[in-house]
Design a protein around this ligand. Structure first.
Ligand code: NDP
Length: 392
């Protein structure tokens, strides 16, 4: 029986993963090793009971009493805190879903690779902040990383049986998010609630706002480079409001292979769960005649400066991705807290990168996860100071 763990089980990706696991037979089909969550202890416990997990872990120490109470009588171990998350990742599992939000997902994902199984990677921050290290760690332990982001899963599927050397370009699509059609001058005044209403995808709040600012797509540009090893100039972003075509791969003969599907993350999660086979998935089937037409347009650089920043980060390489990710997380926190405006986020990230470049040679590659986490911490301090939250 295949053993599985889900990190970030109570989130949007985690819930979709849980749904697919239950659909595929639940505890009768999988041996569940570890489920992790954050503050949603009741849901974590309910999932752990349903799947008969060995251990349920909350990321927060103060959640332990509530988690213990919720699991009382189940025989399921309860644990909490950062060390407990790593201990959960140390438990071997054949298939691990990495779906913690943000840089907090880096270390557990790295640890899970040591067992040489499959890491289904939703946590794009891992690749943005530490792509080369993560890939090297996987290679060292004979582990496999499968993409879960819908665009990267789409590219991965379009590449089956193909020679990557014959790929001319990879096009990832973007819905444009909640504020896509707003007049430019209104964007500066966008509220958190307005930026949190995604037109097509039901996702966690942070990634939904990142979709509106295109920081999500900016991260995905970097993710594409790290996953598929193509040059930045070969990766394009195309605005596609309907979110039906997730990505396209262009080959040397001019052919474009597109992946289409309903905007439902269970497509990509299910592909990673069933890979290398395909399994029946409980997702909506597309009715293209009913859809009638699909539209595409180039992204507006003034509306979405995050895309330019991602290209600059890819030029610098080294640890610039870690700085970009950390600064982006601080900028997003600051926007959610009402400290900066919607259009100020990109400026804050850019200023953080500029300041970090003068401090150290960001172009030097990180040689350890600790180094990445150190850069992440420094970049956060700089970004917080620039946003007026604390002294640098
Ligand atoms: P959510 O915010 O919905 O869920 C995040 C999960 O991580 C929850 O289980 C949460 O616990 C847990 N968590 C929160 N903070 C911490 C922490 N400090 N340490 C450990 N665990 C924590 O996020 P999403 O599911 O939207 O996204 C997860 C990842 O997947 C992200 O990297 C995102 O970029 C990526 N992704 C998401 C997509 C989507 O459709 N949502 C699409 C493609 C990629 P709790 O809720 O219990 O507090």
């Amino acid at each position: 029986m295949r053993s599985i763990s889900v990190f970030g089980a109570t989130g949007s990706i985690g819930e979709s993963t849980f749904d697919l696991l239950m659909h595929a037979g639940g505890r009768g089909a999988f041996r569940t090793v570890a489920l992790t969550g954050g503050r949603n202890v009741a849901r974590l416990a309910a999932q752990a009971r349903a799947l008969g997990a060995e251990v349920a872990v909350s990321a927060y120490d103060d959640c332990l009493p509530a988690l213990r109470a919720a699991l009382a009588g189940s025989g399921i171990e309860a644990a909490a805190g950062t060390e407990a998350l790593l201990e959960a990742a140390d438990r071997p599992a054949d298939w691990v879903m990495s779906a913690i939000i943000g840089a907090a997902g880096l270390a557990p994902g790295f640890r899970a690779l040591r067992h040489g199984g499959t890491l289904a990677l939703a946590n794009k921050e891992s690749l943005v902040a530490a792509g080369p290290l993560l890939m090297a760690e996987a290679a060292r332990h004979g582990a496999r990383i499968l993409p879960v982001d819908s665009e990267h899963s789409a590219v991965f599927q379009a590449l089956v049986g193909e020679d990557i050397a014959l790929v001319e370009r990879i096009i990832i699509t973007a819905s444009g998010g909640a504020l896509r059609d707003w007049p430019l001058e209104r964007l500066a005044h966008a509220t958190v609630a307005e930026a949190s209403r995604h037109p097509n995808w039901a996702m966690g709040q942070r990634i939904t706002i990142d979709s509106a600012s295109m920081f999500n797509k900016a991260m995905e540009l970097i993710e594409t480079r790290e996953f598929f090893g193509v040059a930045p100039a070969q990766i394009e972003v195309l605005v596609h409001p309907e979110s039906i075509v997730h990505a396209l791969v262009g080959f040397a003969d001019g052919a474009l292979m597109a992946h289409l599907g309903a905007p439902d993350m269970r497509h990509a999660i299910g592909y990673a769960l069933n890979w290398p086979a395909r399994g029946a998935l409980p997702v909506a089937r597309l009715d293209l005649a009913a859809l009638g037409q699909l539209s595409f347009r180039a992204p507006d650089p003034l509306r979405w400066p995050a895309l330019r920043l991602a290209r600059e980060v890819m030029e610098v390489r080294g640890q610039a991705g870690a700085v970009f990710n950390a600064a982006k997380e601080v900028a997003l926190d600051s926007f959610i807290a009402g400290q900066v405006g919607f259009m100020d986020m990109a400026g804050l990230v850019e200023s953080t990168i500029d300041k970090m470049v003068t401090r150290q040679s960001l172009g030097n590659a990180a040689t350890s996860l600790d180094m990445v986490l150190q850069t992440d911490a420094e970049a956060r301090a700089v970004a917080r100071s620039l946003s007026g939250q604390e002294k640098d």
